[in-house]
Structure formats: C-alpha cells, structure tokens
Design a protein around this ligand. Structure first.
Ligand code: DNO
Length: 355
C-alpha cells in the first residue's frame, strides 16, 4: 500500500506540502484542480502544473480526488454525451501525465453532508457530525449557506458556491431520477470511459455516498455492499473500482465493513480509512482514527485490506480539529498526521507478523 494525504493546492489549503512531506509516513499526494467545475475539460498543461507543484515539494501526485461528474451525466439528459466526451479528454490528459487513479462520486446534487462541522468533544477538539433530525429541519435551499457558515472561510470539497445558484433547477432536474435510472446512467458513463481507462491504465474509484442513505429525498445508490457489488458486476472491467471510504459506508451501522472489503476483493483501488462513532439512529460523529475512539475495529478493517491483497493508495480521512488549528473542517494537519502514523503502524505489524 502507499500512504498518501489529500491536498487541495496552494491557493486553497491551509496545510503546505512542506508540512505534509515532514509527516514521513506519507509518500504521495492526492489532489485535484480545485477550481474546475464539474464538466469542464482539464488541460494537459494544468495537470502538468499540479504535478510539478507536488514534485517540487518533494512528493508525488498519486491520484486525483475528484474529477467531478456533471449533472447531465447523472440525470441522463441529451447533452450527457458531450460531457462524457469532455471527461474522456480529461482522462486522456491525466493518462498522458502518468496519473493512474481517479476518485469520483455519483451523488445527486449534494456531495457529502454534515449537520455540524465543529462539534465540540470533551477533550476540547472538534469534529464533523451528522444528525438526520437536524438535516430534516434544514430547507435544501439553505444547506449550502449552512455548510458555508461553518466552514471557517474555506471552500468545502463538493460545496462550491457556484452550485448554490442552481439548486432549485437541480432539484427539478432530478425529480424523476430514481435509483434505477441513476444506476443505469452510471453504468452508461462507465462503459463509455472504460476503453480510455484501459488504454492509460487509469483506475476509476467510485466514492460511496455520505451518509449512506438518501438525503433530501434524492436517490443514493452507492450506500452498501449490495450497491457496490451490483456496480462491480454491471461493469466487470477491473478499471471500474471503488474508493473504500470507511467513514461513509460506516455511517450506516448495518454495513459490515470487513465483509464489504472481502466482497470487493481486487476492486478496491483507493482507501479512505477513518473511524466514526454512532451516537443514535441516523446520527454519528467523527472520531480520531484509533479503534477505541469510535465504533469500528480499525485493526480488523486494515487486516481485511491486507488479507485481500490490497495494493493501492490509502489515506487517512477527516481528522479532528486539534491544538487550535484553523483549517478546512476535517482537513487539518495534525489529526490526519496522527491517523497516517497509526494506519502505517497497523500495516507494518501485518506485513511483518500478520501471517
Ligand atoms: C469529503 C470527501 C468527498 C469526496 C468526494 C469524492 O471530505 O470525502 O468530498 O472527496 O465525494 O468524489
């Protein structure tokens, strides 16, 4: 496995490459062209510049999170083929620059959702939290404002303000997109891009929906073992793979993460490993990575990856906000660095003494 850290680029991140490099456990960076709108073409020059920024910082660009998918593709409108063409050109440009991992999601309208981005914990740190009852009280039109207010002045991934102005139209456009239609549109998209992925060796890694249930009445399909396995079977090409995000799938206590890892053997190309704590039905808060701090046995999760021959890119995921740090919620330096060290420790133990 290769340990990496997410980085949004020097114009957007409070964490620097100099800091990330010193974590030592981290070999690579997962990044993106954060200024790009879904559907826009990424040029080869722009990708080369991102790569150079990271290699000049002494690290490698190990993959992209995310190349976002335009709503036309998710909804299946007649102009979807034009957007798929653009996506293919972006993949070609990434492939020409030697990038072989792309994370994306297929959630309608909203990316990941939280009701609180800074819930205080007894230890004085803060974490991201979700409470379905609070979300039910928020008008979907207001959720962008609400996330923005809590974001410490940072633009949150998936919550770009440009989308706010279109929210009413988006809800209307998704009105007849039920789970089957959304799934078929995803398969259509994947079938169209697979030849390019094969040509360049680019592994596509779908990110599970977060939380792993329907929000604001919109369909969500990548929420469980069943949905993931169905997708792997519908497009059996190995370049159609998964981002195993334990925090997202783990939001639903019915998801057995170890079982999911085994069911996806050979198709997990990227892993986001973090712990969360279930606090009630439809409620959870994020935790530090350590098993004892949340609801999941992190050693069992890492062991399942190891036992199934996982050889991909891994990163710690959202961390707590510690030691007075001011950063994008979930993406501070300190707790993610602790997470990387912990995960590397678990992995080293398995490599040396796991059998
Ligand atoms: C939030 C992230 C998501 C994720 C996308 C993948 O912290 O986990 O924004 O990157 O859903 O496309």
């Amino acid at each position: 496995m290769k340990m990496t850290m997410r980085y949004y680029g020097k114009d957007y991140d409070s964490v620097t490459l100099e800091q990330l490099r010193q974590i030592r456990y981290v070999e690579g960076i997962i990044s993106t062209l954060y200024y790009k709108q879904a559907g826009e073409l990424w040029t080869r020059e722009e990708i080369a510049a991102l790569k150079k920024e990271i290699t000049d910082g002494g690290l490698e660009l190990s993959g992209i999170e995310s190349v976002n998918i335009h709503d036309a593709i998710k909804i299946g409108t007649p102009d979807r083929d034009m957007y798929i063409e653009n996506y293919i050109k972006t993949l070609e440009n990434l492939g020409e620059e030697g990038i072989d991992l792309v994370c994306y999601n297929f959630m309608p309208v909203f990316d990941w959702t939280r009701s609180n981005l800074a819930k205080p914990r007894p230890d004085g740190s803060t974490v991201l939290a979700y409470d379905q009852k609070e979300i039910d009280r928020i008008d979907p039109d207001k959720i962008f404002e609400s996330m923005d207010k809590m974001a410490n002045g940072f633009v949150m991934p998936g919550w770009e303000p440009e989308r706010l102005s279109k929210i009413k139209e988006l809800f209307e456009a998704y009105a007849d997109v039920d789970a089957d239609k959304l799934f078929n549109n995803l398969v259509y998209f994947l079938n169209a891009i697979m030849p390019t992925c094969e040509k360049y060796g680019i592994k596509m890694a779908i990110h599970p929906d977060d939380p792993s249930w329907s929000v604001f009445g919109l369909s969500r399909i990548i929420t469980s073992k069943e949905g993931l396995v169905k997708l792997m079977n519908a497009v059996p090409n190995v370049y159609n793979g998964v981002t195993l995000c334990t925090g997202s799938l783990g939001s639903n206590p019915d998801n057995d993460l170890v079982d999911i890892i085994h069911a996806l053997k050979g198709r997990i190309h990227f892993a986001h490993i973090r712990n969360i704590k279930h606090t009630g039905p439809g409620q959870f808060e994020e935790a530090c990575h350590l098993s004892a701090d949340g609801s999941y046995d992190m050693a069992a999760i890492v062991k399942a990856l190891y036992d199934t021959g996982f050889d991909g890119v891994i990163r710690p995921d959202h961390g707590r906000m510690l030691w007075g740090e001011k950063a994008m919620p979930g993406y501070g330096l300190y707790d993610r660095a602790l997470g990387a060290a912990y995960l590397c420790g678990l992995w080293e133990m398995l490599v040396k003494y796991g059998k």
